[in-house]
Ligand binder design. Structure first.
Ligand SMILES: [Zn+2]
Length: 423
């Protein structure tokens, strides 16, 4: 019997399955069928040559917003998946109890990629840009539980955003309600932090091992390091006890200063995610491979970077048997990458630049054994063309325009690196 698909000659990195090195991968009926040092080309109907490339499990992005056309932040995941290798997209709170059915019906049913969700503790989710926790009438734990229980296949966690504009005068009460929902539904809780009040200490005191602090390497008032770059003692204790640190790059949350301070003390994030949405997709987050390249530049080993974008987030979502790994029997979600070497300017959200010596560029994305056709990126939503709110985002659109003009976008850098390679 011949395999449907064979990927030959690539350098496999599969931390979840514990395999690494030059291996051939065979796929049958949408699942991984074999992983061997040598599988002959005539053993399959279709063969892909992956020599000089890295082959990883399809990436799992723990923090995204894919409720497109139905919420402020939502983007269409398939076109981005087709050029980034992300085959599992966890939507972090775009939908609330009142809109979850729409996420399933209008987005998930039509998407090629796998989509899971962290349900927002606010009923209305992220229909608008902010303020979803400013009115406690929307934070109904009983309704949350009813929807979560009826959608266990889809709902993998609870999402709450804690920061001044989001909660208004409600302080920690939205977090307390999200905590109660997480406990009643036995789901992990993802907490977004940005600018307080409340303080990062007050937030971490309400989090438990297995919960996720997203935007964990931010440089705002709720950062986990002090101004001298030392990790706060309460943050160290929470992290060591099992609170999961997730990047959630976005447009407001990734700071090289914070990341370097933590890297200097030997601390890498547990999960690297993009917080990809209508604004961050235009940079400097851009996509998951670009965020991964920033951690390579910070000295995090490639294997650990791949673990933080495959098996680790898959475990948090409870889908590690089927996603984020190339183990035999799991769904054949596979990503191919070229690791370009050279000098690549990489930016954080504050406009700080670091030189990357490596740039990870996706060349092919396979979902359930079928390669995704490369689709053109979609234009931004009208409200994201030139966002006038919040005021803090305005320099952002300027930064994005500057990076385009400088040719410092990943698309431009990869195109230049490809030209070099063929010379
Ligand atoms: Zn987000």
């Amino acid at each position: 019997m011949r395999f449907d698909l064979l990927i030959r000659g690539g350098k496999v990195v599969d931390p979840g399955g514990g395999r690494e090195g030059k291996l051939d991968i065979a796929v049958t009926r949408g699942r991984i069928a074999a992983l061997e040092t040598e599988i002959p080309a005539d053993a399959a109907f279709h063969v892909i040559d992956a020599s000089d490339q890295y082959v990883t499990p399809g990436l799992v992005d723990l923090h995204t917003h894919v409720f497109h056309k139905l919420s402020y932040w939502g983007i269409n995941p398939d076109p981005i998946a087709s050029r980034s290798g992300v085959t599992t997209w966890n939507d972090a709170g775009s939908a609330g109890a009142l809109t979850l059915a729409g996420l399933r019906e209008f987005i998930i049913k039509n998407a090629r990629v796998r989509i899971t969700a962290f349900l927002n503790i606010s009923n209305i989710g992220l229909v608008g840009d902010n303020h979803e926790c400013a009115n406690l009438a929307y934070l109904d734990v009983d309704l949350f539980r009813r929807l979560a229980d009826r959608n266990r296949d889809l709902v993998r966690g609870v999402k709450v955003r804690i920061g001044k504009p989001t909660v208004g005068e409600n302080g920690l009460e939205p977090l307390r309600r999200a905590r109660r929902a997480a406990e009643e539904c036995e789901l992990p809780l993802m907490v977004h932090v940005a600018n307080g009040p409340p303080t990062i200490q007050e937030v971490l005191e309400l989090m438990r091992p297995g919960d996720i602090l997203t935007h964990c390497f931010n440089g705002s008032t709720m950062k986990i390091v002090d101004d001298g770059g030392q990790i706060h003692e309460f943050a160290r204790r929470a992290w060591d006890a099992g609170v999961i640190m997730d990047i959630g790059h976005g447009t407001g949350s990734f700071s090289f200063g914070t990341a370097e301070a933590l890297a200097a003390s030997g601390r890498n994030p547990d999960v690297i995610s993009t917080d990809l949405h209508q604004l961050s997709v235009s940079g400097p987050a851009y996509d998951l491979p670009t965020c991964m390249s920033k951690f390579l530049a910070l000295g995090m080993p490639l294997r650990e970077v791949v673990r933080a974008t495959t098996s680790r987030p898959a475990e948090i979502l409870g889908i590690e048997h089927d996603a984020g790994t190339l183990r035999i029997g799991s769904q054949a979600d596979i990503a191919l990458f070229r690791l370009h070497r050279g000098s690549f300017p990489l930016y954080d959200i504050w406009g700080n630049v670091r030189e990357g010596r490596e740039l990870l560029a996706n060349t092919l994305t396979i979902v359930g054994g079928t390669p995704l056709e490369r689709l053109a990126p979609e234009p931004p939503a009208p409200w994201a063309e030139d966002p006038v709110w919040p005021e803090a985002l305005r320099p952002f659109t300027q930064q994005q325009a500057e990076l385009r003009a400088l040719g410092h976008t990943p698309a431009a850098m990869v195109a230049a690196a490809e030209l070099d390679r063929h010379e």
